[in-house]
Design a protein around this ligand. Structure first.
Ligand code: FAD
Ligand code: SF4
Length: 291
């Protein structure tokens, strides 16, 4: 394949140097730290993040304009947070001229499409100052998270402090110290069907993309992809926001990221082809592979 990791100018393993951010970050606190820095430095004047919603672990997109709001949104919520739906409101109701936004690879695609064809998004394209993409193998409907945590893992959703997918398992950690692991063969049937035709693992279209895979526990793998990504990343490094290690000096490193990206693409490409046989998904093709 060859282009499964997308274009990037720099790839490192990193973590925030801010202990408060790390306390509740999902991995190395890259997203929260980079937005907090960009906010301080005037590179963005707010960021659309997946804040806490009305029900436990159901995200609600919010426009964060303070460090406190960014910190309240730390951690991964494994269900859909329609962050892109707030873009117009961020520029109009909140009056932001420089918008940060975090999202899954499909959300990064939606943003770039909106910038190219701004139908209904007048005034928005030039105001997206920093798009941070998070790696994503699959996502779940909210009801599925309820079933997985309460029925399969036997824990009350409100008692959970972290969920994580890694090392071939779905992990549930509770505030009182219980750790439950579910094999991924249990979680598969709950995945969003739309994720089975998704051909991007590492947010190829983001300015900066990040995920846990490839780096040691508590650290993140970071791809810096665009000019604006390079600009904010180099300034954040100069300001001492991150500790970094060359990606080829950490385990398991880029080899595992590449393997998982290829697995996702080839598995989902098969689903695309199957769906085309019965006339669905004609427009779907892998933009990263030449026909
Ligand atoms: P933090 O500083 O903790 O901040 C996390 C940011 O992500 C916050 O701003 C929060 O608002 C935002 N966020 C949380 N949930 C969502 C959501 N549902 N949609 C949009 N934004 C959200 N990483 C991998 O390495 N491999 C994977 O296979 C993988 N799959 C993922 C699947 C899903 C559905 C999601 C949401 C994330 C996945 N990740 C995966 C990314 C990983 O879990 C972390 O989100 C990422 O490493 C960022 O961690 P951090 O410590 O830098 O971020
Ligand atoms: Fe979006 Fe793809 Fe992740 Fe599903 S797997 S949430 S479609 S990026």
């Amino acid at each position: 394949m060859g282009n499964e990791l997308g274009k990037y100018t720099n790839c490192v393993s990193a973590r925030s140097t801010d202990k408060e951010i790390l306390k509740k970050a999902q991995d190395g606190g890259i997203v929260t730290q980079l937005f907090a820095f960009a906010l301080d430095a005037g590179i963005i004047d707010g960021a659309i993040v997946a804040g806490p919603g009305d029900e436990p672990w159901r995200p609600r997109p919010i426009v964060a304009t303070t460090r406190e709001e960014l910190l309240a949104a730390r951690g991964t919520r494994y269900n859909i947070s329609p962050n892109v739906s707030l873009i117009k409101e961020a520029t109009r109701s909140y009056g932001l001229d420089k918008v940060g936004i975090v999202g899954t690879p499909c959300q990064m695609q939606a943003i770039r499409k909106g910038q190219l064809y701004p139908v209904g998004l007048r005034d928005v394209p030039d105001k997206i100052a920093l798009a941070i993409g998070i790696f994503c193998m699959e996502n779940f409907p909210y009801q599925s998270i309820v079933q997985l945590v309460e029925d399969h893992a036997g824990q009350k959703l409100e008692s959970v402090k972290k969920m994580e997918i890694g090392k071939g398992k779905f992990w549930v950690y509770t505030e009182r110290g219980a750790v439950v692991q579910l094999p991924l063969k249990v979680t598969h049937k709950y995945e969003q069907p739309g994720c089975h035709v998704c051909l991007d693992y590492v947010a190829n279209l983001a300015d900066v993309s990040t995920g846990s895979v490839g780096s040691p526990d508590g650290w993140s793998t970071v791809f810096v992809r665009s000019k604006s990504g390079e600009d904010v990343w180099s300034k954040a490094i100069a300001a001492g926001c991150f500790e970094t290690k060359p990606i080829d000096q950490v385990k398991p490193g880029l080899e595992l990221v590449t393997k998982l990206a290829n697995e996702k693409i080839s598995k989902n490409q098969k689903t695309v082809e199957e769906r085309m046989k019965f006339g669905v998904g004609k427009g779907l093709r892998n933009p990263y592979i030449k026909p």
